[in-house]
Ligand binder design. Sequence first.
Ligand code: SF4
Length: 317
Amino acid sequence: MSSIPISLLDIEEDAGTSLDPEDYQKKEGKWCAGCGDFGALNAVKRLLAKEQLKPEKMAFVSGIGCSSRFPHYVNAYGFHGIHGRALPIATGLKLARPELDVFVVMGDGDCTSIGAGHWLHATRYNPNLTVLLLDNNIYGLTKNQTSPTTPQGYKSNTSPKGAVLPALNPLQTTLGISNASFVAQTADWVPAHLYATLQAGFEHKGFSFIRVLQRCPKFTPDVFTEQVKNPDLTELLIHENGVTAPGLDKLFKSQRVHDPKDIDTARSLASRTDMLRLGIFFRDESFPVYDEIRAVPPVTAEEKVQKLEKEFDRYAV
Ligand code: SF4
């Protein structure tokens, strides 16, 4: 166990050698019944069990919002940060503790509004983080305010006559940033795809940006209803370097072969609004990874003191 206090939450040490998904559940999730955040949490727990990640070797960082309660529910180090600041916190953590697997969980308001500047620059820095954008198209925690991804015309407490602007497209935005290395979209109501996408993002070296279309039965109950009822309204992106999972072939009749290395087609597909698309839009591991470029060789406490003494001596009078 590190002596550096990176956690604001308690953690159980030595959870055993073989961990099941339920071993990673710290507390019961306090979300509304039917909330898509439960599906995301289940997929995460499955991934952690599959990888047998040790709770003391990983951290979950979040901002503010319904989905940002995630670190409270996962048996790992956690940092429930401040609004919009999950990414700089996670980047700093990864730089200081490169041996940790670091996950980031944000909502659409958190990431694409107050945290938008951090989102753009974290994408460009490309640190080795697994990032979940749980996008329910609304501010849920603060009870129904329009977010940047709220569909135009959708009514909320802040837009009683309907959102006046076209929604921001997080995939299109991320794919427009230089050094973006992994961009995918999945949905909470397709658990096999959600899990497989999470796995692919976790295995990717660099900033894995995964937008999870997330149902909020409380405030945006109808934004994904048609797609949930009718899989024909969703197109699956398939490729040998993409996401595959049992049963998806049968569920989705509409499929498109898309090479995740093809950035131009990825951008074009991301910009289209004719149907939902699930899959890996872009993936390239050849891009610079910030925590590798800026890696600092480990030093002992004694060496740190020596360096400090040397620095003080430089200014001795
Ligand atoms: Fe989930 Fe929406 Fe309830 Fe928040 S308000 S917990 S996003 S259903």
